[in-house]
Design a protein around this ligand. Structure first.
Ligand code: HEM
Length: 420
């Protein structure tokens, strides 16, 4: 596909991939609404792949769901159709990304490998098992608020939204407590490293260090197995041909990474959205039973994953009135589909009591988020505990001073000072 394409919107949308336009990062919704009104599927110059490349932005719900569900026409694995992935096959960048993340996870392979990999860990993420973690997650949330309660203020990101999910996933996996701050640094670098920022040598170094850390952790657990998910995966790897060494390392990296970043963002962005909509905040405080529908609405309205991972067309196909060619790359813009006015009444409004809410913040089809039950449990406990214990919650800096950060497919606030 070349760049001589019809009607691309303002290149501002590219900042959802590069993070270089602070205004769009903070609020992409006007631009997304404009794109949706123009076309369900539109081409965007996509220099990440090379100077003359474009990618298709899928803006409306019906087409986004099709791209995510129709495995006969769209793959997550460009190499399966003899094409290069986002970064080219022979570059050093491709090697780095492949080593640590992109090549061998369930998120980046098709069936049957996808099912094999997902089944190995799916029992640890069933709603029933996840519900059994409730008391421990509650305990972690309480401990975090205990240590700030007296101060009357905190950074909701650093003191609450980040440590809660990383502590939970680390305990599930058996990652030592002392390593968790370092993991945050690495996984932020990984998120950037898989986007445009990966050309930065500092990012490469972080990615390598993260990879080495995971390898070291696995070596430790081989010597001293414990009651945790990493030890279980090692036993599976050693026990037969269901999991290769590379897949084992990629799986652990994916679970650490996916297991905290997005959920931190749900808690942080969700809290900010409630502060931005005082009537909704009051409604939730008055009726804590609304927390589940509130979480679904926060996921829809400003969910952590702006865009799904890349899909590649397996053959020529028409989609949303556009001619897609074999090998073309498509991005389902979840944040746009979730505001599709043909799917949601008053789609640009936050309504925590919304009942019909078929959002796709966790994706769709075979790659639908494995961790959704965990994210929902953590969200439930995080919001309920916060509002119960700190009912006078308010922003502690001017609203315009809030800075949004960017990562691969996610946007969030980097810090959220609040007083209570
Ligand atoms: C609010 C929090 C979260 C959001 C918004 C979110 C979002 C997503 C999305 C959109 C996908 C699909 C991506 C695609 O199709 O390209 C996905 C997949 C995935 N997520 Fe999450 N996620 C969250 C939390 C978690 C947690 C807590 C875990 C726990 C380990 C997790 C693990 C995964 C895994 C393993 C996949 C790949 C599933 C597959 O390929 O079969 N996520 N997530």
């Amino acid at each position: 596909m070349n760049t001589q394409n019809q009607g691309t919107p303002d290149n501002a949308i590219f900042s959802l991939f590069s993070g270089d336009n602070a205004e769009i990062l903070a609020n992409p919704f006007g631009l997304l609404a404009m794109m949706r009104s123009v076309s369900a599927v539109m081409p965007l110059p996509f220099p990440i792949m090379g100077p003359d490349h474009t990618a298709w932005m899928v803006t409306r719900m019906q087409e986004a769901v099709q791209v995510l569900k129709d495995q006969a026409h769209f793959t997550v694995d460009a190499s399966s159709i003899g094409m290069e992935g986002l970064f080219g096959r022979d570059s050093a960048e491709a090697d780095d990304a492949a080593t640590f993340f992109t090549n061998k996870t369930m998120l980046t392979v098709d069936e049957p490998d996808h099912r094999r990999l997902r089944l190995l860990v799916s029992r640890a993420f069933t709603p029933k098992y996840i519900e059994s973690l409730r008391p421990r997650v509650q305990e972690i949330a309480n401990e975090l608020l205990d240590s700030v309660q007296e101060q009357g203020q905190m950074d909701l990101v650093a003191d609450y939204a980040f440590p809660l999910p990383i502590n939970v996933i680390s305990e599930m996996l058996g990652v030592p407590r002392a390593d968790r701050d370092q993991i945050r640094v690495w996984s932020e670098a990984l998120a950037h490293g898989l986007g445009v920022g990966k050309r930065d040598p500092g990012v490469q170094a972080h990615m390598r260090a993260f990879g080495e850390y995971v390898a070291h952790l696995v070596a430790e657990k081989r010597q001293h197995p414990a009651e945790d998910l990493i030890s279980q995966l090692i036993a599976i790897e050693e026990g037969g041909d269901r999991l290769s060494e590379t897949e084992l390392l990629s799986m652990i990296t994916l679970l650490i990474f996916a297991g905290h970043e997005t959920t931190s963002n749900l808690i942080a962005t969700g809290s900010l959205m409630l502060l931005d909509h005082p009537d909704q905040l009051e409604q939730l405080k008055a009726d804590p039973g609304l927390v589940s529908s509130a979480i679904e609405e926060l996921l829809r309205f400003n969910g952590p994953a702006t865009i799904a991972g890349p899909r590649f067309a397996i053959e020529d196909i028409e989609l949303g009135g556009q001619q897609i060619k074999k090998g073309d790359v498509l991005f389902a813009i979840l944040a746009s589909a979730n505001r599709d006015e043909s799917q949601f009444t008053e789609s640009e409004e936050l309504d925590i009591a919304r009942t019909l809410n078929r959002h796709i913040a966790f994706g769709q089809g075979i790659h639908t988020c494995l961790g959704a039950p965990l994210a929902r449990l953590e969200g439930d406990i995080a919001f309920s505990t916060l509002l119960r214990r700190l009912p006078n919650l308010r922003l502690n800096i001017p609203r315009e001073n809030i800075v949004w950060t960017f990562s691969l497919n996610s946007r969030s606030v980097s810090s959220l000072p609040i007083a209570f």
